[in-house]
Structure formats: structure tokens, C-alpha cells
Design a protein around this ligand. Structure first.
Ligand code: EPZ
Length: 417
């Protein structure tokens, strides 16, 4: 298994170009199931979760091509499969996103339940509740969801918890249902609006995305389209924190600063300088780094996918910061690894109390999930000596060429095969 070695102590300097958003490209690819015409995508990140999605779609008979230049071509004219097998779903929970499109197009789906993951139980009960409200039958048998419907009907669906993929799944399911569907307390992440804009360019009637109430009027058929995926706000955020923690000066290009307001306000609050010009941001890290509390929230609040990176930053703060994780019940695995590097972090249920000011030293550490791996790289960038991060396959799921991008900014980082 690959590892990554980071040698700390170098302020990052220069310009980095952000890739397309993994969490927008995944639903966009599965949306191709909704039509028998060609869907062309641009700005697709060449990361492992995208390749897993290609494999899943190919198994269902979709002609799916993904290229390193960021383009993808998908055509589901020959698609006949309704199966999302356990072997694939267990490697990527987002596979559950095929449920909505399969139900909309074929009225049938046999999808493995994702099961738990390192950061929490992550049930999909709200996805199934929504489909049942639309008239489907969803049985869970032998670890699979067996869903069927003679034809989905529009419905009023109220989520008791804001769910990103739940909103995406039901938005896609509703595109060809009979009548209007209203999604209430819906997620309003930028990735939701990106999917809505793709669906509209396929002929769907979707309104209200970006707000807590989304309305979808069903249409008989959808057609092909060309769509450019939005930039990855979590990758951009990771590089912004890298500039702040190393007291560096980095231009983050081809990103969408308007999608990152909560993080940028937090960085300004801790003393970093942030400049914005169109699709570019300049982040300059300053001393001292001011310790500042944060609570993760659904968008537009502070993203849970930035929590681990922010924790690494707060280990370098000039006081104490309390980080509250309100979305997932078990998303502090990275804290214990940072403690191995000399950080002072105490976990109290969903709160982490981070006492800053203790210099970190390099160590062998273990990545438990995608964002945890990124946070350990950030901690390694300011630690004395070498940090060796194991299980970086997590990282490859969602960051495109991160070592090369960091090395181009002056980081001492290499992959150890
Ligand atoms: C999406 O996951 C993202 N993944 C996650 O990013 C992200 O952390 C998360 O949204 C929150 O922002 C993709 O878009 C592929 P949720 P998702 O449903 O949709 C509970 C990354 O690092 N819930 O919004 O699976 C759930 O347990 C990944 O890129 C139910 O109870 O998250 C959680 O506590 C990690 N029942 C909360 O809602 C349901 O049916 C929010 O989860 C669904 C969710």
C-alpha cells in the first residue's frame, strides 16, 4: 500500500489550479442513466471515486468514458442493468445515487445498502422514505434495497435531517414522475445546484435549488446535454488551509470563492489574509494563528468536509479552540493521529478541545478517511522532521494529484510505493 512522506517546515508559495468537484461529478455521471442520449461532461476530476462510478455504470450497460483531460462521455441507451453490487458499493457509498435514476427510468433497482463507514452510521432511510412517498416499494433483503414502482408519482417530501445525496437522489427520481414533487428542508450545497443545472439542460423542470425548498415538475422524457462541473470547494479549502498553516502565500486558481464563504470568514477571523478576484483567491498565512471555535453545519455553514483540515490548523493556534462536529457522529479519528504528532487535543463526544501552540513532530500515522488523510498531510507540513502517512488510498479517492500540486508550491512531499 502506498504511503506519503512529508517533511515539514516549508512555507507554501505559488499558484495552484483547482480540479472539478468530486461530489458534483458523481451525481452528474449517474444522471446519464435518465436518458438514452449522450451526456458530455467537462472538468471531471480524475480520481478513484470517479473511476469506481465508471465501473458501476459500465456494469449496468452504460457506455462510460472518463479521460485524464477532465472530460467524460456517457450514453445509457443500452443500459438494462438495475444492479449496484456490494463489491462496488462497499468501496464507495455514493453508489447509492443510482437508485433515483434507475427508479425514474426503469421503475426498478437492486442496490446494495452502503453500510456504515469510518465517520458514522450514515443510514439511507431518508432516500427510501422519499421513494416510498412517490409510490415505490422498497424492501431491504440480504443487504440490498429491492425497489420497484409501476410509475413514480409526485409527492411532498420533508427531510427531518438535511441530506446531500438524499436530496440529489430524489431530485433525479422526480424528473420523470407523474406530477410535481416538493423537497422540503432540502440540502442547498453548491453540488445540488450544479446537478439541478445539469438536469435542466437535459430538459427537466427543477426550481428552488440552492434554497431549502426544491420543486420538480415531472416530464415524459429527458435528452442529452453538455455540462461543466463546478470547481471543488473542499480541495480549494484544503489548499487555503495549507497556505494558512505554513504561513505561506498561495494563489488558488479556477475555484469558486462564492461557495466557500464560511471557511474564508473563519480564515480571516484567525488572522490570515484573503484576497478574491473572480475565480481566484490569494491566501497568506500570518503569525500568530488565532485560535477560534467552529461548528460544522449543512451549507452555507462551515463544511464538515473541512473540519479535519481546520483541526490541523488549530493545533498551531495561540490559545484553545473548540471544534464541534454536528453532522457525523464519529469524525474525529484524525485527532488521535495528530496527538501522536504531539498535538494537545481532547475529545468530548462531538466536541474536540484543541490547545494550540505545541510544536508538532513527524511520526508514522494512519489515515482513516478521505479528509482525515488531507489533514495529516497539513499537520506534516508544519511538523519537525518526517511524517509517514499510511493508507493513502483514501486520499486518492477524492484529491487529484495532490502531492504534485503541493510539491509545485514548495512542499517536501513524496509518495512511497
Ligand atoms: C455528502 O454525503 C458528501 N458526499 C460527504 O462528503 C459530506 O460529508 C456530506 O454530504 C455532508 O456534507 C457526497 O456528496 C458523495 P448526508 P452524504 O446524507 O450525502 C444523516 C467527502 O469527504 N442521514 O448529507 O452521505 C447522516 O447520517 C464526503 O467528500 C440520515 O440519517 O451525507 C448524517 O448524519 C464524506 N439518513 C447527515 O444525515 C439518511 O437517509 C448528513 O448526511 C441520509 C442521511
Amino acid at each position: 500500500m502506498d504511503k506519503i512522506r512529508v517533511t515539514g517546515g516549508t512555507p507554501l508559495l505559488g499558484r495552484v489550479v483547482i480540479s472539478g468537484a468530486k461530489n458534483a461529478a458523481l451525481p452528474a455521471m449517474v444522471a446519464s442513466i435518465l436518458t438514452n442520449e449522450t451526456v458530455e461532461l467537462e472538468n471531471v476530476p480524475f480520481v478513484r471515486d470517479i473511476l469506481t462510478t465508471r465501473k458501476l455504470l459500465t456494469k449496468m450497460g452504460v457506455q462510460a468514458e472518463v479521460r485524464e483531460d477532465g472530460t467524460a462521455t456517457l450514453n445509457a441507451a443500452q443500459a438494462s442493468g438495475h444492479d449496484a453490487p456490494y463489491e462496488l458499493v462497499k468501496t464507495m457509498r455514493a453508489s447509492i445515487l443510482v437508485l433515483g435514476p434507475l427508479m425514474a427510468r426503469f421503475g426498478r433497482a437492486h442496490v446494495s445498502l452502503p453500510g456504515g463507514c469510518a465517520i458514522g452510521a450514515r443510514p439511507v432511510n431518508l432516500h427510501l422514505m422519499g421513494l416510498e412517498k412517490m409510490g415505490a416499494t422498497c424492501d431491504v433483503v440480504h443487504g440490498y434495497v429491492d425497489a420497484s414502482s409501476p410509475g413514480l408519482r409526485g409527492a411532498h417530501i420533508l427531510f427531518d435531517t438535511v441530506t446531500v445525496t438524499g436530496t440529489e437522489n430524489l431530485m433525479m427520481a422526480a424528473t420523470m414522475a407523474d406530477g410535481e414533487t416538493v423537497l422540503d428542508n432540502a440540502a442547498c450545497e453548491p453540488e445540488i445546484s450544479d446537478l439541478a443545472s445539469l438536469l435542466r439542460s437535459m430538459g427537466a423542470r427543477v426550481e428552488g435549488d440552492g434554497t431549502r425548498t426544491i420543486r420538480i415538475k415531472g416530464v415524459p422524457k429527458l435528452h442529452g446535454c453538455r455540462h461543466r462541473i463546478i470547481p471543488d470547494r473542499i480541495e480549494a479549502g484544503t489548499f487555503a488551509v495549507a497556505a494558512a498553516i505554513t504561513r505561506g502565500d498561495v494563489i488558488i486558481a479556477k475555484c469558486a470563492p462564492e461557495h466557500m464563504a464560511a471557511l474564508l470568514l473563519q480564515l480571516i477571523g484567525i488572522g490570515s489574509e484573503v484576497g478574491i478576484e473572480n475565480d481566484c483567491m490569494r491566501v497568506r498565512g500570518k503569525d500568530p494563528i488565532l485560535s477560534r471555535d467552529v461548528t460544522t453545519q449543512p451549507y452555507p455553514g462551515f463544511a464538515t468536509d473541512m473540519q479535519a483540515q481546520y483541526m490541523a490548523l488549530m493545533t498551531q493556534g495561540n490559545g484553545t479552540a473548540v471544534i464541534t462536529e454536528s453532522i457525523f457522529e464519529n469524525r474525529f479519528m484524525h485527532a488521535l493521529e495528530m496527538v501522536r504528532m504531539g498535538a494537545d487535543i481532547r475529545i468530548e463526544g462531538r466536541r474536540a478541545v484543541v490547545r494550540g501552540g505545541k510544536p508538532l513532530t513527524g511520526a508514522n500515522v494512519l489515515a482513516s478517511d478521505l479528509r482525515a488523510s488531507a489533514s495529516l498531510i497539513l499537520a506534516g507540513l508544519v511538523a519537525r522532521g518526517d511524517t509517514l502517512i499510511d493508507r493513502v488510498y483514501h486520499l486518492d479517492r477524492g484529491y487529484e494529484r495532490i502531492e504534485a500540486k503541493l510539491a509545485a508550491l514548495g512542499a517536501k512531499i513524496e509518495r512511497v510505493r
